[in-house]
Structure formats: structure tokens, C-alpha cells
Design a protein around this ligand. Sequence first.
Ligand SMILES: Nc1nc2c(ncn2[C@@H]2O[C@H](COP(=O)(O)OP(=O)(O)OP(=O)(O)O)[C@@H](O)[C@H]2O)c(=O)[nH]1
Ligand SMILES: [Mg+2]
Length: 326
Amino acid sequence: MLSSKADDLACKVRSKDQRGLARVLSMVENGHPLAPPILHSLFNPERSSLTIGITGYPGTGKSTLTNRLITYYRRHGCKVGVIAVDPTSPFSGGALLGDRVRMQEHSTDPGVFIRSMGNRGHLGGLSGTTRDALEVFAAASYDPVLVETMGVGQAEVEIASLADITLLVLVPGLGDEVQTMKAGIMEIGNIIVLNKADRPGIEQLEMFVNASLDLIPDQTARPSVIRCSALSGEGIDKLTDAIVSCVSLGTGRKIIARRRTKLILRSIIREKGRELARKHVSDRYGSVEGAVESILQGKTTPYEIGELLSGFLTNKRENDHERNRD
Ligand SMILES: Nc1nc2c(ncn2[C@@H]2O[C@H](COP(=O)(O)OP(=O)(O)OP(=O)(O)O)[C@@H](O)[C@H]2O)c(=O)[nH]1
Ligand SMILES: [Mg+2]
């Protein structure tokens, strides 16, 4: 599967060449044809580097918090990768301006690699890109990788599901109901961070969050709630303790490696399945829209198209067998 160019780039990533790493990340992000063979070469089934997702509404202090976590992990001698995901931004490549300012103290540290992603442009979308970027970071020995996602929409939930541990960041004064009542939002986080604890309204927010968590049916999955101020640094030690115990409790390193492999395969099956099915429908009806027209004209139904797709996959399998026999 490997061309010499792909091999060369994979080697650069493995040998922690920062320019090579940046180049491969761009290729992954842009859906470059060499990206799959490079990822194939870099994939390590035993990889167990930690991914920490940091999600929450804009302005809740995610980057400031990320900055604190970078400092903590650097003090422990870890190389830290950071992916800042902004689904609303078409820009990618460097760090977002605000993040660059917030994480400035680390920007010249060779043990920290910060990367922004805002490109929805290719198949698999942002979560596919983030999934693959994480593999690249891991192959270059970054552990942990912190993934900051802005907002709490579908893209963020998907990206959060890539993380081994997710921090959901809430702040006082943003409207407690707005932040917590969105369906399923409380279940995203393994740890709920009540940031800006230096601000008024923090007690009220904590009471509200705890009351909402009381309603979760499975209390064994109840996330821990940590108050802190990313700005002053107060409570950050409690947060890092909670992260450490989260890893050792629920997600030992072996479990992480297995979970990661399963997650990647599942997401690739979904992505490729969708791609194949869409292509087949388009080949037959011109486009998915064309298929809708045919259905509306009474020529077919969605179920018949479903059967057609099953038939296509079965026939394809049989054809492949035939070909292998020849
Ligand atoms: N008072 C107070 N301000 C904070 C705290 N943490 C962050 N801030 C401030 O909140 C503002 C937003 O912080 P960011 O870290 O950029 O927040 P963010 O969630 O990354 O923002 P987006 O990436 O734009 O979604 C900045 O002005 C920070 O200085 C805190 O604990 N207390
Ligand atoms: Mg930010």
C-alpha cells in the first residue's frame, strides 16, 4: 500500500520531525490521496496515548484551561499535542488567533504541538479528520493530545466520542438551563468543569448541575464535578487529579488501545459504507436528489432502493469471489 513518498513522510512523523508532522496533518485534513497509505503505515494497534476532549460553549475558558493542562503535562515530562476544532471556521493550519494568544507561552516549546482544524471540506467531515489527526499525533509520540471543540452541537458530540476523557466546561452567568438542559449534554462529559469559579453565581451553577446529574438513570456513570478558575489556576490540581483517576478507573491503557481500534474501524465502516451507497444511488439515478424524484413519481420507494443496495453489496462480494478464483 506504501509508495516511497508516503513511506518517507511516515518516517518523518515517527522520527518526530515537526515539519513532516505539519505536512502530514495537512494531507489528512485535505483528504490527500497519500493520507490513507501514510495512516496505514503509522497505525499501531497497541497505541494507548490519551485523548482528552475539552468542550463547551464559546468563551467558557476552554483554551485557558487547555493552557493549564499543557503546563501540567509538560511538568510531568509529556509531549503534548493540541487540536483546536472550530467547525464554524473555514480556516485551518495554524492556531486560531485567540488560541495562539492564550497558548502563547507554549508556542515555542518543541514539546508542544498546536494545530487548528476548521475544514469540513472532505469526506468523513471534521470527526474523520480529527480521528486521523489523533493517529498522526500519537505516532509522533504526543501523549496526551488535547482536543478543544467549540460549542456543543452534533460535531462536538462526535468529536467528544473520540476522546478517552471528555471535559465539559460550564460557567456561571451563561444561563444554567441553557448550558445544561440540552438533551444529552450532561452525558457528554466524564468530568464537568465549572470554570470561572471566581465569578458570582458559581454556587448556583453547582447546585443546578448536581440536581441535573441526580436525574441521570445510571448513577455509576455520574461524572465528577470540579470547580476551578482557569484564569487564576485555582482548582486545577483537583481537575488533574480527577483526570488521572478517570484514566486508572474506567479506562486503563489496554482498554484505551482496544477501544480506539474499535472506534476507528467502526467510523471507517460507516464512512465508506455511506460513500459506496451514495455512489451507487447516484450512478443509478443521477444523484440522490434524482432518486428522490423517482420516488415522488411513484417509480420506486426508499425500501426498494435499500434492497437494491443490499443486492449490490452481495453481488459485489460474489463478483469479488469470482475474480479471486480466476
Ligand atoms: N474570570 C475568569 N475568566 C476566565 C477564566 N477562564 C478563562 N477566562 C477568560 O474568558 C475568556 C475566554 O477564554 P478562552 O479560554 O478563550 O475561552 P474558549 O472557551 O477557549 O473560547 P472559544 O475558543 O472562543 O470558544 C478570556 O478572556 C479568558 O481570560 C476564569 O476562570 N475566570
Ligand atoms: Mg478557544
